[in-house]
Design a protein around this ligand. Structure first.
Ligand code: 5AD
Ligand code: SF4
Length: 475
């Protein structure tokens, strides 16, 4: 074998620092899996590592600046090690790597390799080249399918990872919202074939995973091919995943409002396993701004989609993303954003100040909003969203929710889990319940969690209670 890492007696230590979205979390795990046969074992900090990979995010300015300051720290660490006769390899992966490529090694020459999200399956080979002394920059979009070559999330690995897992089903985006770098850094939209997704899901379920979160930058645009060459949408994929023994909960993120197909909405109506919690970003409540953002829908169309989803699944709750201070946003536009957040009744939302992304149409718009205005709008929106999140939590009190019991609680005799709405729930209960989905009555709202009380089968069956049990799924 040519890879020098194979001839070393001591396994090399790998530390991957992940920034940004859950897809990066998934990709980091696959990179670690790809390097495991080459005698790299994961460690928890850069100090203990022979190879540090920063898996970066480019979605907002701060994210990429953080990477460069981290690279500065790693260079100092490497210099100290060299003075002591050892070394440190430094890699940059992810969307900053894809977007900046050569610029990274120019700004920080200590970096050994730079590789974009489409090259992860080639990491062992790239690393060999870097070990041989060349500085490797790999940001091509190859025609081959990275997922066909990357190891799937495996049973042994997932055992350590627990009851919930991410599974990437789709990558890239063709929507070209005018603020967003994703179509440039992750490339054109591609979907993994149905069988590949199902077999990875089965292996995760065999490893004890009960809850799957399907990932994609535009996940509801999923259009994988089945064995017969037929195109399958996200709705059908959910039906198929729900049949897998052990898979009790399915989530997916992130969605675009235009891709909420009839079939996907029907899946929400039909499948208990499909969680009634949907991340459906609208970004702005102003039609003028939505148009400038190239979102390709109006606020009325967005609200109509939500009506259809709620008609199919009345206990549906929503989360969203908002950008304040997009070029040209006036006070009146911003008021409409506050208004749509209120109308939609988001249970939570991620809020961002617009940040210029070089190469996107928004970057060259001449009506940029002043930073102070962005800061003020963000604070107002955040205050409103925080209130909505509290109100939503409060509205759960008295409801019986199915809770996936995930871990022992803070105090002996307690367990902790998650509601369908991703809220942390704490309650009295034995640890043998870990891994089960148990009906829990929500009794109080804490700071960042809910307090609950396990409902027994007998209580569940009693007529008075069963009326209020809309969605309890006894284990
Ligand atoms: N500035 C601010 N927020 C952005 N997002 C994407 N691009 C930008 C940008 N240039 C936000 C959007 C998206 C989320 C993942 O990040 O709200 O939905
Ligand atoms: Fe970016 Fe999402 Fe718009 Fe695609 S749909 S360009 S990923 S914000």
């Amino acid at each position: 074998m040519s890879d020098e890492t194979q001839t070393e007696a001591r396994p090399k230590k790998l530390f991957i620092k992940t920034y940004g979205c859950q897809m990066n979390v998934y990709d980091s795990d696959r990179m670690a899996d790809a390097l495991a046969p080459h005698a790299y074992e994961p460690v928890q900090s850069a100090e203990d590592a022979d190879l540090v990979v920063l898996n970066t995010c480019h979605i907002r300015e701060k994210a990429s600046e953080k990477v460069f300051s981290e690279l500065g720290r790693l260079k100092e660490m490497r210099d100290l090690r060299r003075a002591e006769g050892s070394d440190l390899m430094i890699g940059v992966a992810g969307c900053v790597a894809q977007a900046e490529g050569e610029e990274i090694v120019r700004r920080q020459p200590a970096v050994n390799l730079v590789f974009g999200p489409q090259s992860y399956h080639r990491l062992p080979e790239l690393l060999t080249r870097a070990h041989n002394g060349s500085q490797v920059v790999e940001t091509e979009f190859p025609t081959e399918d990275k997922f066909a070559h990357l190891p799937a999330a495996k049973r042994e690995v997932t055992l350590a990872r627990g009851l919930t897992a991410f599974l990437t089903v789709q990558e890239g985006c063709d929507k070209f919202c005018s603020f967003c770098v994703v179509p440039y850094t992750r490339g054109a939209e591609t979907s993994r074939p149905l069988e590949q997704v199902l077999s990875e899901a089965r292996s995760l379920a065999d490893g004890g995973v009960r809850e799957l979160t399907l990932l994609g930058q535009n996940v509801n645009a999923y259009h994988g091919l089945d064995k017969a060459g037929r195109t399958v949408g996200l709705g059908e994929l959910c039906y198929r995943l729900a049949e897998i023994p052990g898979i009790a909960r399915i989530r997916y993120t992130t969605s675009h409002p235009l891709d909420m197909s009839e079939e996907l909405i029907a899946a929400h109506r039909d499948l208990d396993a499909l969680m009634p919690y949907l991340h459906l970003p609208v970004q702005s409540g102003s039609d003028r701004i939505l148009k400038a953002m190239n979102r390709r829908h109006t606020t009325a169309e967005y609200l109509a989609v939500i009506e259809r989803i709620k008609a199919a699944r009345p206990d549906m709750a929503l989360s969203g993303d908002f950008i304040v201070g997009f070029p040209g946003e006036t006070d009146a536009d911003f008021e409409q954003t506050l208004e749509i957040a209120r109308l939609t009744g988001y249970a939570s939302a991620f809020t961002f100040k617009y940040s210029i992304r070089p190469g996107t149409p928004g970057a060259t718009m001449d009506n940029q909003v002043a930073e102070a205005v962005k800061v003020e709008r963000l604070a107002r929106l955040n205050a409103q969203i925080m209130g909505q999140t509290r109100d939503f939590a409060q509205s759960c009190v008295g409801r019986i929710l199915p809770v996936l019991i995930e871990k022992p609680g803070r105090n002996p005799g307690q367990v902790g889990g998650r509601s369908p709405y991703l809220q942390a729930v704490h309650m009295e209960g034995p640890t043998r319940l870990i891994g089960q989905i148990i009906p829990v009555e929500i009794v109080a709202v804490g700071n960042n969690s809910l307090a609950g009380k396990i409902v027994t089968d007998a209580e569940l069956k009693s007529a008075s209670l069963s009326q209020s049990v809309a969605n309890a799924v006894p284990a």
